[in-house]
Design a protein around this ligand. Structure first.
Ligand code: CDP
Length: 226
C-alpha cells in the first residue's frame, strides 16, 4: 500500500499497546518510529540519579531545568541513550514508571522533549506515540489515533510483558501504577492527555495486532488512497 508523506500521531492511555502498534505501522510503511514516552522516562532516570526527585515525588524544578541544558538524551541503535549509555531496559522498570508522570507534569521538561520531537517531525513519514502528540506536538498531523482499552486487560498485558523480560511485576502494582499515571496525565495543566477533536478512537480491548492493522489500513485507504 502506498501512503503519502504524513505524520501519524498515536495517543492514548498507559499500556494500551501504542508503542507496539506504532512500531508495526512504521515497519509496514517504512516510516520512522518515535517513542515520546521513552524521552519522558529518560528524563525521569536522569532526575532520579541526579537527586532532582525524591521518594515522595517532590521535584527540584529549578535544578532539573538547569541540568536539562547539558542532558544528551537521544535515540540510537538499541533504543534510548544518555550520551553513549543505552538506558532502554532501565527506563521500562516500575521504579521509573512510578515517577515518570510527576516528572512529565513539569512544563520545562515538556518543552525539552517537545523540541526534540518536533525536530524529528520535520522529516514527515513519522509515526509518533505519546499523550499529547495530536493535541500539542503535532496538532496538524494528518492522521490521529487515540488508543484505549479496559484497564485490567492493559495491566495483564503489561505485567506479562515485564515478566517475560525477567522484571518484577505483580498485576496489582501494575494496575495501580497505570491508573495513577492515567489520572495524573489527564489532569495536569500543561498538555494533558486528551483526545484531539479529529482523532479516531481505537479500543483494542478485544483486538489482536492483526485486527488493528486491518482497521488502520481501511482508514488509510479511505482517506489517502482515493
Ligand atoms: O508505555 P506506556 O503507555 O506505559 O507509557 P509511555 O508511553 O512510556 O509514557 C510514560 C509516561 O510519560 C506517561 O505516563 C506520561 O506521564 C508521560 N508522557 C507524556 O506526558 N507525554 C507524552 N507525549 C508521552 C509520555
Amino acid at each position: 500500500m502506498h501512503i503519502p508523506d504524513i505524520i501519524i500521531a498515536i495517543d492514548g492511555y498507559s499500556s494500551t499497546g501504542k508503542s507496539s502498534f506504532a512500531k508495526i505501522v512504521a515497519n509496514e510503511f517504512s516510516f520512522l518510529y518515535l517513542d515520546s514516552g521513552a524521552l519522558y522516562r529518560g528524563v525521569t532516570l536522569h532526575a532520579i540519579e541526579k537527586g532532582f526527585i525524591d521518594d515522595g515525588c517532590r521535584i527540584d524544578v529549578d535544578g532539573l531545568e538547569e541540568s536539562l541544558k547539558g542532558l544528551d538524551l537521544h535515540f540510537g541503535p538499541e533504543g534510548t541513550y544518555i550520551g553513549e549509555r543505552c538506558i532502554e531496559d532501565e527506563i521500562r522498570s516500575l521504579k521509573i514508571a512510578e515517577k515518570v508522570s510527576p516528572i512529565a507534569t513539569v512544563p520545562q521538561v515538556r518543552e525539552y522533549v517537545d523540541r526534540k520531537l518536533r525536530e524529528f517531525g520535520k522529516a514527515k513519514r513519522v509515526v509518533m506515540d505519546g499523550r499529547d502528540i495530536g493535541t500539542t506536538v503535532f496538532p496538524d498531523a494528518e492522521l490521529k489515533i487515540f488508543m484505549t482499552a479496559d484497564p485490567v486487560i492493559r495491566a495483564q498485558r503489561r505485567a506479562a510483558e515485564m515478566n517475560a523480560k525477567g522484571m518484577e511485576a505483580d498485576l496489582e502494582s501494575v494496575l495501580r501504577n497505570l491508573q495513577e499515571r492515567d489520572y495524573i496525565d489527564s489532569h495536569r495543566s500543561t498538555s494533558p492527555l486528551s483526545k484531539a477533536e479529529d482523532a479516531i478512537v481505537l479500543d483494542n480491548s478485544h483486538m489482536t495486532m492483526e485486527d488493528q492493522m486491518i482497521w488502520l489500513k481501511k482508514i488509510i485507504e479511505e482517506r489517502f488512497c482515493k
